[in-house]
Every structure is written in C-alpha cells, then in structure tokens.
Write a protein of this length. Structure first.
Length: 270
C-alpha cells in the first residue's frame, strides 16, 4: 500500500529510492540500494527478502529484468507483490501482481521505475513520471523527492498519509567519506510526511554532506579571528571545539584552512 520511485542518476554515479505510504515506518521495509550495484523498492505485500536477493543478483551481473524474474519465479506470493528495480547501467524493471490492491500499476523508463498500489488512480504514477522527466536539471536527491511530492499531490495513497523515506547511495558519499550512503532519511509517523522529509533533506545537506569546492572559503588571519571570537561568544574555548559541538565537521577543514560559506552565514548571523 505504497508509491515509490527507484532510479539511477543521469551521470551514472547515484542510485536511490523515494517512497511514501499510509503505513508505519515505510522506510524500514521498502527501499534498499548499493552504490555501483543498483536499487530496489519492495512493496504491497512486501517481501523484504527481495532486497538482499535482488542486490545480490545485480552484484553478480544480472540486469534489472533478470533479477526481477529470479525473484518472482522463486516466490509463490508473487501476485501480491509489487517491486521496482534499477541496475548499475540504469536498466529498469517493475512488477505489479494481480492481487495488489487497486489502483495498482507501474511504469519504467531509462534509469527509473515508478510503482504504486492502493492509489487514488493512475494519475499518481503519471504525475510522478512527468515530474521526474521534467526535473532533469535538479540534484538527484531533490529530483526523487519532487517526483514523490507530485504523486502525493495527485492523490497518493487513497488511505491517507503516514510515512515517507528517501535513500540515496553514491561512492564515498557518506559521513566522512567512509561509506556510500549519501541520504538515508525516514519520517516514520507524521500527518505530512513528505514536507517533513523535505525539511530533513535540507538539514542533511548542511550536516551530512561534504562541501563543494565552490562552497569553500579560505580562512585568512582576519577571518580566523572572527571565527574564534564567535566560538568564545558561544561559550566554547575555540572554533574547532565549536564546530564539533554544532556537528559541522563535514563543512570545515580539519586544519581550519577553509570554512563552508553556509557555516560563515551561521557565524555572521550571530
């Protein structure tokens, strides 16, 4: 009882899933992804074993279509399942079992699979696809979330709203560059889960993503003095300690040679 989009970015560097449902903690059941391997959403009468199985098949070289065939042929409950898969090359496949609650359907294209069940109607999937195709210039995470929001605006899950999730993977995109999880956000129980997910994504961008070269501002002696003064005014002994207390390590150089422009905005706002 869910709608989702599974996709690969146009540059072939990211894979992700955005999902929403009238279901508690949908992010715990539906999405899975591994960088350079692929992504999957398993829903309706979700078979959560599909996640590990599909990614294993993909990792062994199976296409999305072959991985899907293998999942279904081994599952007697296939007619109550819905699943979307995108592989490392952007190949996409989706399945909607005949036993899924109406309206249920899916569509696939180059690098994406969109699927939903218990929907207000086919317009939900149509709106998601249209928004996905029209937002090619947007950052991948924002593009996924925009498609999800479009589906919700078109009626979404006819039972109502409860949870949403966004999972994006990319090589070395995680905290400190030590894993591939660029975004892993979940709104488990909320009256407006997609707007709340949008708010969290903004915080994720600030606290859990690395600064781009364009965002880095060289710390001159004069700027260093300003930073240190700010830290002391905030009750910290030095700026390095303030950075740790505020969880901004991803946006300041370890040697304080540069600071992210957004951190400077926080400092200058006082």
């Amino acid at each position: 009882m869910t709608f989702s989009i599974v996709a690969r970015s146009a540059d072939g560097e990211s894979w992700g899933v955005a999902v929403a449902s009238k279901f508690l903690a949908v992010g715990s059941a539906v999405p899975a992804a591994v960088a350079q391997v692929g992504a999957i959403a398993t829903q309706a009468d979700a078979n959560v074993a599909y996640k590990g199985l599909a990614l294993s098949h993909l990792d062994e070289g199976a296409t999305a279509e072959i991985a899907l065939e293998r999942l279904l042929e081994e599952d007697e409950g296939r007619e109550h399942r819905q699943v979307g898969i995108v592989d490392s090359d952007g190949g996409a496949a989706s399945h909607t079992g005949r036993g899924c609650v109406t309206y249920a359907g899916h569509t696939t294209g180059d690098g994406y699979a969109i699927q939903g069940n218990c929907l207000a109607g086919p317009e939900v999937i149509e709106a998601m696809e249209r928004t996905w195709l029209e937002s090619a210039e947007e950052p991948f995470e924002r593009r996924l979330l925009a498609a999800l929001a479009a589906g919700d605006a078109a009626g979404g899950d006819w039972r109502g709203r409860q949870s949403a999730a966004l999972l994006v993977v990319r090589d070395e995109a995680g905290y400190g560059g030590n894993d591939d999880i660029a975004v892993d956000l979940r709104v488990d129980d909320h009256t407006a889960p997609i707007p709340e997910l949008e708010r969290l994504l903004g915080l994720n961008d600030l606290y859990l993503t690395a600064s781009s070269e364009e965002d880095k501002v060289v710390v001159t002696p004069e700027l260093e003095s300003t930073l240190e003064e700010h830290a002391r005014a905030a009750g910290q002994p030095d700026f390095r300690t303030w950075v740790g207390v505020e969880n901004l390590e991803m946006r300041v150089a370890p040697d304080l040679s540069w600071v992210d422009r957004r951190v400077l905005e926080i400092v200058r706002a006082g």
